[in-house]
Design a protein around this ligand. Structure first.
Ligand code: OSB
Ligand code: MG
Length: 369
């Protein structure tokens, strides 16, 4: 693909409202933006979903910058890449560091699709013209505030509501939500806040007809999730525990979950994400696309991936305006009655807004072959 240069930008974007999970609060979004430019002047874009602190997984912005610059870019530039599938093979002997790998692979996918004059969704084999989305709502200061936010998103037409839970912000909160919204599609995400000893408490959630409970137990566990799933009627969905198609195969063999949340960054890129999608499809396990509070550039990748056939459950891709005063793409991601129209322009399908990108760049570095 005759790469001309790779630019890493350290971004910082203010969030409209803080986002709280069981592991911590995000007040702003710091991340690495990757631009890979070819000799013809086309650019492929992607972002790393690593956060500032290693709360969600072990990666951080600093470890990603180091991995990308000192290990992954040299491998990428070693010899020419014909197809994005080669990127993950090229990186295979580097252990883990999935988010770092994914950021480079994603930019190569975008560039590849642009060079092929195809929308990224088509390049991946996706067929949907529109996708249905839900929204993820963080832990709030009061139940009343939470109900107000849910009401806003339900009226806007989001197809399902996900709320974050943790011990002390769980059964009572879900009961209140159900009292006010008896019929909405509702789910809860614990981000690993529980242990198997909390089984009795988690069983209390069964009466609320949740679509699923996401990642109740430890991030490195698929054994206890299997024990727990046998005792719950609510389906378990795994997020943090699944890093590869091999992890997915083992979790499904053990009965650790009935649904998988696929995040491109968590699994090392689009190629691996598609493998997990395909495995789940053959095993009749539904999947949906998770979110990591990405800017529009990361969201565009999520939207393209969601056009694959087994993404049958609404994902966490809310509108740009839910998070940002100003997003990095034109047009911004809009959601109407819970639906996003998949763009038909080449590559990620949205135009990176260079003015906005410059405005939120703290520092950058350009590397050349
Ligand atoms: O577990 O899905 C998660 C945000 C940060 C870290 C982890 C998660 C989340 C979300 C937000 O739920 C989803 C989004 O709106 O991007
Ligand atoms: Mg999650």
């Amino acid at each position: 693909m005759n790469i001309h240069s790779i630019t890493l930008r350290k971004m910082n974007m203010p969030l409209k409202a803080p986002f709280t999970t069981s592991f911590g609060t995000f007040k702003q979004k710091d991340f690495i933006l990757v631009e890979i430019r070819d000799q013809e002047g086309l650019s492929g874009w992607a972002e790393s979903v690593a956060f500032t602190s290693p709360w969600y997984n072990e990666e951080t912005i600093e470890t990603n910058w180091h991995m990308i610059k000192d290990f992954l870019i040299p491998l990428l530039l070693e010899k020419d890449i014909q197809h994005p599938h080669e990127v993950s093979q090229r990186f295979a002997h580097i252990r883990r560091n999935y988010m770092a790998k994914s950021a480079l692979e994603g930019a190569i996918w975008d560039l590849f699709a642009k060079r092929q004059q195809l929308p990224l969704a088509k390049a991946l084999g996706g067929k949907k013209k529109q996708i249905e989305v839900g929204v993820s709502i963080g832990i709030q200061n009061s139940v009343q505030e939470l109900l107000t936010i849910i009401e806003r998103h339900v009226s806007a037409g989001y197809h399902r509501i996900k709320v974050k839970i943790k011990p002390g912000w769980d059964i009572e909160i879900i009961r209140e939500i159900r009292n006010h919204f008896p019929n909405i599609l509702l789910m809860a995400d614990a981000n690993s806040a529980y242990r198997l000893t909390d089984t009795q408490r988690l069983k209390e959630l069964d009466e609320f007809n949740l679509m699923m409970i996401e990642q109740p137990l430890a991030p490195d566990d698929i054994i206890d999730h299997a024990y727990l799933q046998r005792q719950l009627t609510t389906p378990i969905c795994l997020d943090e525990s699944i890093h590869s198609v091999e992890d997915a195969r083992k979790a499904l063999a053990l009965g650790s979950c009935q649904i998988i949340n696929i995040k491109i960054g968590r699994v090392g890129g689009l190629t691996e994400a598609m493998k997990i999608h395909d495995l789940c499809e053959t095993q009749k396990i539904p999947v949906w696309c998770g979110g990591m509070l990405e800017s529009g550039i990361g969201r565009a990748h999520n939207i393209a991936l969601t056009t694959l056939s087994n993404f049958t459950l609404p994902g966490d891709t809310a509108a740009s305006s839910n998070y940002w005063y100003q997003d990095l793409i034109e047009p911004e991601v809009t959601v109407n009655r819970g639906i996003i129209h998949v763009p038909e322009e080449w590559g990620i399908g949205y135009e990176p807004n260079r003015l906005a990108i410059d405005q939120f760049t703290q520092y950058s570095e350009t590397l050349r072959p």
